[in-house]
Design a protein around this ligand. Structure first.
Ligand SMILES: Cc1cc2nc3c(=O)[nH]c(=O)nc-3n(C[C@H](O)[C@H](O)[C@H](O)COP(=O)(O)OP(=O)(O)OC[C@H]3O[C@@H](n4cnc5c(N)ncnc54)[C@H](O)[C@@H]3O)c2cc1C
Length: 387
């Protein structure tokens, strides 16, 4: 092959920026047996310009050091419409009135997860809340370039690998504001399609909406690992034990291979701002409820710090030690470790029923239960003697 983008396909994070930059449009995508998309170069058209290699975020990325870290939340109402504390929405409220166009990820027809463009706050509503599926970039990098060429300012949001792709594709621009969303991994669309199919069969009807990180209490408690969906106008609230997708997702069973060696799970960040959940904040600021939603905001560039007074207009935020912030969020330090039965799951992905496959792979053995029980007991004993 004249120009292989990868020697090992599992290095590819699936952002598809290589195909967008190709002057000969000779890069297409094929799905492997796990249903993840990888680039394929048509050698008869390739002119070996290597622009696909130069733009690839897995091969080249520029990072910023965190300058300041904050935790905080938007108003109660907005927090309930957000996964964490509503920091993304505050940025939209600040930047859209200043003429920014927002690029984010939303549910499209048929529960496809893909990038889109929003010119108004109303249009940006669809980007709110995490969709735990690898989004289709959908030609978005060229759209960003066109918007900038037309003199528009752009707020680009996405997983760190997608933000790094955008940064490589566009190059330096004062008019581009990048926000990377901390990510522990994403499954492919086909796995979510199997979830849709499972729900529709279970309730004998059409799935009308699906919401991860729903915040209504279940059995009196908010559970961040729950979802709400609607079938035949009836609402259902599910937790890990009731739903195969949630169970597999939070068990780290079916992420893209590149997520296991993620180059962006590190303290240095690709975005001007990094957004995440402020897990562990309750230990240092007991009045904050991380289950309902507290954002962690990392400010990584001089232009991001200029937004601080504006953010305070919409959110109540407090300065925290950046070392603390990095130490409490695993994805700011190391990539996710996959579930030990990931391979077994994918071997049977199209062979047996989705729910059965997830259940079989995530069943907790007696050995694992004993190990977990011992771990918790040791932690309790250490905690007791520390007091
Ligand atoms: C796949 C995924 C994994 C994540 N893993 C972690 C984690 O391990 N630890 C952690 O602290 N935080 C994680 N997050 C981030 C967290 O869930 C919140 O999205 C983030 O804190 C922003 O929350 P918010 O309340 O400010 O706004 P929200 O309204 O919740 O955030 C919406 C933003 O997320 C973007 N978005 C939604 N779905 C996707 C998607 N599939 N791909 C790319 N962008 C998307 C939207 O475009 C928008 O910019 C993850 C998010 C995603 C999408």
């Amino acid at each position: 092959m004249k120009n292989p983008i990868y020697s090992i396909s599992s290095e590819c994070s699936g952002c598809k920026v290589c195909a967008e930059i190709c002057p000969k449009k000779c890069i297409s995508f094929y799905e492997d047996a796990e249903h993840f998309a990888y680039p394929r170069v048509d050698e008869s058209l390739c002119i070996d310009c290597r622009r696909c290699v130069a733009v690839c975020p897995q091969k080249k990325a520029t990072f910023n050091f965190v300058k300041e870290a904050f935790v905080g939340s938007h108003s109660h109402n907005e927090v309930f419409k957000s996964s964490s504390g509503g920091a993304f929405w505050a940025l939209c409220q600040i930047l859209i009135p200043l003429g920014y166009v927002v690029i984010g990820v939303k549910w499209m027809d048929g529960f496809k997860v893909a990038y889109d463009v929003a010119f108004t706050l109303d249009e940006a509503q669809g980007f709110r809340k995490s969709k735990y599926v690898l989004s289709d970039t959908n030609g978005i990098f060229q759209k960003v370039k066109n918007l900038l060429k037309d003199g528009k300012k752009v707020l680009f949001t996405g997983t760190p690998c997608q933000v790094a792709a955008c940064k490589n594709y566009i190059g330096d621009s004062d008019k581009l504001f990048l926000v990377d969303i901390v990510c522990h991994g994403a499954p492919n669309q086909e796995i979510f399609n199997k979830e849709v199919n499972y729900i529709e069969r279970k309730h004998n009807g059409k799935l009308e909406s699906f919401e991860f990180r729903q915040k209504s209490p279940i059995n009196g408690k908010v559970n961040s690992r729950s979802a709400k969906y609607v079938v035949n106008s009836k609402e259902y609230y599910v937790e890990i034990n009731d739903d195969p997708f949630l169970r597999g997702y939070y068990s780290r069973l079916f992420y893209r291979p590149s997520c296991g060696t993620c180059h962006f799970a590190r303290p240095e960040r690709v975005g001007d701002v990094t957004l995440a959940d402020a897990w562990g904040v309750h230990d240092i600021l007991p009045d904050l409820d991380e289950l309902v939603g507290v954002s962690l905001l990392l400010f990584n560039s001089s232009k991001s710090l200029l937004l601080l007074p504006e953010i305070r207009r919409f959110m109540s935020i407090r300065n925290v030690d950046k070392e603390w912030a990095i130490s409490t969020n695993l994805q700011l330090r190391v990539p996710t470790r996959f579930h030990e039965y990931r391979c077994d799951f994918f071997k049977k992905i199209d062979v047996i029923d989705f729910e059965q496959n997830v259940r079989a792979c995530t069943r907790v053995s007696i050995k694992m239960r004993i190990r977990k029980y011992l771990g918790l007991t040791i932690k309790k004993i250490i905690g007791y003697y520390k007091k």
